[in-house]
Design a protein around this ligand. Structure first.
Ligand code: AFP
Length: 333
């Protein structure tokens, strides 16, 4: 495949898809450039002096890693001057970041988890950045958290960068899923995957099994059947993977199929799940559906969930369609 850069891909997509405006194309290019800078910082490891804790907490009450804060700053600084955004929301910030008055505002809202899987940073396991793009409601000049509370079906674009052996940017603007590998020598993302598709069937599941005793009955049944293997009701053996970095687990599923599950568990009945709806579950659900997979809360389509608050959590079942449909049927049964 001849080398097609992200820039050329977006220009060619713009000719085909009207909703890919010049500002949305700029937004995607700026986010990609920020992911390049994050990839370089992550890649330095201990040599960059950015490992370990930042000795601060985020809105989730989680201790922030230095790279969480650095990644958040990189994305903020990259995006606030371009005139394409009305506001920015992040896992690392309680309230949305307003675009400084010295810069023009645009029509888009950008949300991101700047460094997902950051508990893996200090042990050198893949991490990533997840982002989502919504339209700012008409007439809103000073967006508040409420303006971000749109169902995932309203996303205009979503993507992630996975900082692994190679750095790969995965992107959808609602017309299929594309992947770009970072050419470190040139410093640009090169198209390396078109129209990615998730196989409907799979024999691989991703879950943190240590929570099993806290799961609801449909989860006990579903996972029990997978573990029973070829002698059990599923009549085939399954394999398990759990990176504990959603971006890495989802990228594997996008590449070779699988089902990713982070269910609500009764350990903390008040908590609907661990993953956040707006900047983890929704962008991943958009990508997975665009690649022919499915994504639910176990009881409804993730992209239909009406958000109640910016940092709300949600149970996540996503990946190979037949498995997601089966486990969801168990919950609805
Ligand atoms: P961190 O960003 O705190 O490492 O959490 C990562 C994550 O949000 C998601 O990327 C993983 O799938 C999930 O948490 C792992 O959760 P467990 O540590 O409970 O397995």
């Amino acid at each position: 495949m001849k080398h097609i850069s992200l820039t050329r891909f977006l220009i060619e997509e713009q000719r085909e898809h009207q909703h890919l405006t010049a500002d949305l194309r700029l937004l995607i290019e700026v986010v990609a450039r920020a992911c390049k800078a994050i990839s370089i910082a992550v890649g330095k490891g201990a040599l960059g002096g950015v490992l370990g804790s930042a000795n601060s907490e985020n809105v989730q009450g989680e201790v922030q890693k230095k790279l969480d804060v650095l990644s958040n700053d990189i994305l903020l600084e990259a995006n606030e001057w371009g005139g394409h955004l009305a506001a920015i929301a992040s896992e690392e910030m309680d309230l949305p970041h307003a675009i400084p008055h010295r810069y023009p505002k645009g029509e888009y809202l950008l949300l991101f988890d700047p460094l997902d899987g950051s508990s893996n940073i200090d042990v050198n396991v893949s991490v990533g950045t997840i982002f989502s793009v919504l339209r700012c409601p008409d007439g809103v000049t000073e967006p508040t958290s409420r303006d971000f509370l749109q169902p995932g079906a309203r996303q205009l674009a979503a993507g992630y960068a996975v900082y692994g052996p190679s750095t790969i940017l995965v992107l959808t603007i609602g017309a299929g899923v594309y992947s770009f590998t970072l050419d470190r020598e040139v410093g640009s993302f090169v198209l390396t995957g078109r129209n990615l598709r998730i196989p409907e069937e799979t024999q691989e599941f991703a879950i943190n099994m240590s929570n099993q005793r806290h799961w609801e009955a449909p989860m006990q049944r579903y996972i029990g059947e997978l573990l029973a293997g070829s002698k059990g009701p599923r009549g085939k053996d399954f394999n398990m993977r759990w990176v504990a970095s959603m971006v890495a687990d989802v990228h594997r599923i996008l590449t070779r199929g699988g089902i990713f599950i982070y269910p609500r568990d009764l350990k903390d009945p008040g908590k609907p799940g661990r993953l956040r709806l707006m900047y983890e579950a929704n962008p991943m659900a958009f990508i997975v559906e665009q690649a022919g997979g499915a994504a639910t809360t176990g009881r409804e389509r993730l992209l239909d969930v009406i958000p109640g608050e910016l940092h709300q959590r949600v149970p996540v079942f996503l990946g190979s369609k037949s498995e997601v449909e089966r486990v969801t049927a168990y919950h609805l049964g």
